[in-house]
Design a protein around this ligand. Structure first.
Ligand code: NDP
Length: 491
């Protein structure tokens, strides 16, 4: 056996199904996008039978878990969160190694994932209902939330730990069982999180990890009548298919999908602030964020000065290996994603946009999926590069003549996740906050970067179903019961 083969065998990772770590019907190899010679390991692929076993066991485990006292559930979530936070350096390194985001972002993501668990640990103890008198004599009403049951969680690769955590933590907090299918391209982060959850005081089968492809394991999971709710983050076409499958079983569904977020830069903006906000929003996470600023809608009075500094700023950003000091933009996640991104660069040029900088494949000392951050100028909002989610380190500048035109361009999209404005005018900021048709609005801040204790989600093709995060998550992960109680006739 070669050294390479030994390494792969040694690092094979299993699924966690119905309380047991088990091999699957096959394995996939996971390689580092910063350096494709670096094999992270081989990861088990669950069979249909294993998925069914996970779902069956989850049903029984959920009833036991829902019967635990709240403090016992709170302690489990607190322990998971505390461990993630204390190991954010180590686990962040693993995340960056397999996903490609710079190490500081990888560590930050693990830390944030921990905060989702500690936040929902506290929420465990704040589950209060309502009571009321009936409109009829002698009857009292008790309204409380109960767990929805078995929750299927399908998560993407761009925030492999944080997205999963902002779904798993509230699911467990509100008394549900979880069957989790992570993205197949980032399985190491999924196994790392599962190892922490599996060590807790939870009923056997309450939490299962079923790695496998979306088309097989994912599809079977969302079509299963053994699932009571599905929470998904990913692309619009897959989300649409999941919604269709869910309706067939009357399964509750929550979808977070694509976006085409716009940042409006007004003529009264602080230019340096606007450039910093635009660069962070466009190229953070290598542009692979559902909250990325992919349209920069710039007032003509500030356009030239803004663009000059924007291009200089993009040129100055260091693209490199995710784990190397100084890297500001890591590789994109895969060869397929890189080819798709380069396809959008060609498309933009063919549509008449001017590529001011970047948008090219880079050959660095490590063999990885690198590309330079790209800035398109002279674009119009009807170009496909301004209508389709690219999920790439690419951004487009759209010149406008007024605030009103800017707002109309911002809202002219089939999506509606985030939008932002850079302005010194309170009147414009207020008008924008009230009239931008997105689920999240930012003022003098990047369109990316949200908190965990408040709702997150969008409109249009960006989201479907109840909001995620904060207390809003209770709407999806619980079902309401209204009880009418009569004391009966006096003795
Ligand atoms: P997908 O929507 O294909 O994948 C997201 C998740 O869904 C993954 O876990 C995937 O599994 C799973 N999945 C895929 N097909 C099915 C199915 N039929 N039934 C159930 N689950 C399924 O996104 P991609 O990763 O392919 O990315 C493609 C594009 O989607 C990106 O370029 C970007 O535009 C958008 N996207 C948006 C995200 C966001 O945060 N809004 C996140 C990720 C992607 P598997 O990995 O095994 O295929």
């Amino acid at each position: 056996m070669s050294t390479w083969e030994k390494r792969v065998v040694a690092e094979s990772k299993l699924n966690f199904i119905a309380g047991q770590w088990i091999a699957g019907e096959g394995e996939i190899e996971n390689r580092n996008p910063s350096d494709v010679s670096d094999v992270i390991g081989n990861f088990a692929q669950a069979s249909a039978g294993q998925l069914d076993a996970a779902l069956e066991k989850a049903r029984d485990a959920q009833r036991i878990w829902a019967g635990y006292g709240l403090e016992r559930r709170q302690a489990v979530l607190q322990a998971i969160g505390t461990e993630l936070i204390s190991r954010s350096e180590e686990l962040g390194k693993l995340l960056s190694r397999e996903e490609g985001k710079p190490l500081a972002e990888g560590k930050g993501e693990i830390y944030r994932a921990g905060q989702f668990f500690t936040y929902y640990a506290a929420e465990c103890l704040r589950q209060l209902g309502e009571n009321a008198d009936s409109v009829r004599d002698g009857i009292e009403i008790d309204v409380r939330r109960e767990p929805v049951g078995v929750v299927a969680i399908i998560s993407p690769w761009n925030f492999p730990t944080a997205t999963a955590s902002w779904k798993i933590a509230p699911a467990l907090c509100y008394g549900n069982a979880v069957v989790w299918k992570p993205a197949n391209i980032t399985p190491a982060s999924a196994v790392a999180l599962t190892e922490i959850i599996a060590r807790q005081d939870i009923p056997e089968g309450l939490f299962s990890l079923v790695m496998g492809s979306g088309r097989s394991v994912g599809q079977r999971l969302v079509e299963s009548s053994g699932v009571n709710a599905i929470s998904f983050t990913g692309s619009v076409p897959v989300g649409r298919g999941i919604a269709t499958a869910a309706v067939g079983n009357f399964t509750k569904v929550q979808l977070e999908m694509g976006s085409k977020n716009a940042l409006a830069v007004m003529d009264d903006a602080d230019i340096d602030l606007a450039v910093t906000v635009a660069l962070g929003g466009a190229f953070g996470g290598t542009g692979q964020k559902c909250t990325a600023s992919s349209r920069l809608v710039v007032h003509e009075a500030i356009h030239d000065a803004f663009v000059e500094k924007l291009v200089v700023g993009a040129q100055a950003m260091t693209v490199g290996h995710a784990l190397e000091a100084g890297t500001q933009i890591g590789p994109v996640v895969s060869e397929a994603q890189l080819l798709e991104n380069l396809g959008y660069v060609d498309l933009g040029k063919s549509e008449g946009a001017e590529l001011a900088f970047g948008g090219a494949r880079l050959s660095l000392s490590h063999d990885g999926y690198y590309m330079s951050p790209g800035v398109f100028l002279n674009t119009t909002n009807d170009m496909r590069i301004n209508r389709e989610e690219m999920f790439a380190p690419l951004t487009s500048v759209i010149r406008v003549g007024s605030y009103d035109e800017a707002l109309s361009v911002v809202n002219d999209t089939s999506f509606g996740l985030t939008s932002g404005i850079v302005t010194r005018s309170l009147a414009r900021a207020t008008h924008f906050r009230r009239n931008a048709r997105t689920g999240v609005v930012t003022v003098n801040l990047p369109t990316a970067g949200t908190d965990y204790h408040v709702p997150f989600g969008g409109r249009g093709e960006s989201s479907y179903g109840p909001r995620e995060q904060g207390r809003a998550a209770a709407e999806f992960y619980t079902t309401v019961k209204t009880a009418y109680i009569s004391a009966g006739a006096p003795e």
